[in-house]
Design a protein around this ligand. Structure first.
Ligand SMILES: Nc1nc2c(ncn2[C@@H]2O[C@H](COP(=O)(O)OP(=O)(O)O)[C@@H](O)[C@H]2O)c(=O)[nH]1
Ligand SMILES: [Mg+2]
Length: 242
């Protein structure tokens, strides 16, 4: 991993009781969107933005750096879970109080962050998880919705964690939660690891309505139905074979 970027130049000013908030963005081949995503976050007042460029073959790192993020790089592509782990470890070393995970492809909105952080501070939660199914205007494609709901059912049955959305990359963690959540799976299965840790360490969690935007870009580039099926299947096998 190497590290570039002007992360010390502009410490942004989200004031959740003067807590230091870091936004961690795992990114893979997102040169088309990452610049706007970072500018949107900075415009909303978030200055501590860490992009983990996971061996992208395009200009993701350069575009992110120019837009004002700190960029960490994996020299090979390891997967979204590995990207999150690298970014979270960095934010902890920088003494973050709160860590928000955010996607690089424009599906997440900066305006969702404030309610997530408010849930941590007002409800004394350790983990605030975004849910696309708590908003009225969810435009989630039908098949994707079935897999996400299926995942949530598995979490409820096997871990006793009650969620409506099982794989939402938009979430906020306190420092304590980020320290205790150990992401081992490099790939997309990290969402179930987070839920396992919530159950094991009895971390207080809340779900917060967030809007996930589906564009032609995000649908073409995002996870396939086959991959959603694989993740769901692995969640079941992990639990049943243990
Ligand atoms: N670090 C890393 N990030 C990835 C990888 N694949 C996707 N991402 C990022 O993870 C986020 C969500 O990925 P995406 O494929 O859009 O998943 P979906 O929204 O669930 O369909 C985006 O910010 C991607 O750029 C990867 O291999 N490594
Ligand atoms: Mg996406």
């Amino acid at each position: 991993m190497d590290r570039h970027g002007p992360h010390n130049l502009w410490r942004g000013a989200y004031d959740a009781g003067m807590k230091k908030t870091y936004i961690v963005i795992p990114a893979y081949n997102e040169e088309k969107k990452i610049g706007d995503v970072i500018r949107g976050l900075r415009g909303a007042g978030y200055g501590n933005i860490v992009v983990v460029d996971d061996g992208s073959m395009d200009k993701t790192a350069r575009v992110a750096e120019r837009a004002g993020a700190t960029v960490l790089r994996h020299i090979i592509n390891r997967g979204q879970g590995a990207g999150l782990k690298t970014g979270i470890e960095f934010a902890l070393r920088e003494c973050a109080d709160y860590i928000v995970t955010f996607d690089a492809d424009g599906q997440h909105s900066p305006s969702s962050i404030k309610p997530l952080l408010a849930a941590l501070s007002n409800q004394k939660a350790e983990v605030a998880l975004g849910s696309r199914f708590l908003t009225k205007d969810s435009n989630t494609p039908f098949v994707r919705a079935i897999f996400l709901r299926g995942g949530a059912l598995i979490f409820r049955l096997f871990y006793g964690v009650n969620l409506t959305d099982s794989h939402n990359g938009l979430r906020a963690l306190t420092r304590k939660a980020a320290n205790s959540i150990d992401i081992i799976c490099d790939d997309m299965a990290h969402a179930s690891e987070i839920v396992e840790e919530i159950a094991r360490d009895r971390l207080k969690y809340v779900e917060v309505p967030v809007t996930i935007t589906y564009s032609d870009y995000s649908k073409a580039k995002g996870q396939s139905t086959l991959n959603s099926f694989r993740i769901l299947w692995r969640m079941l096998l992990n639990k049943l074979l243990r």
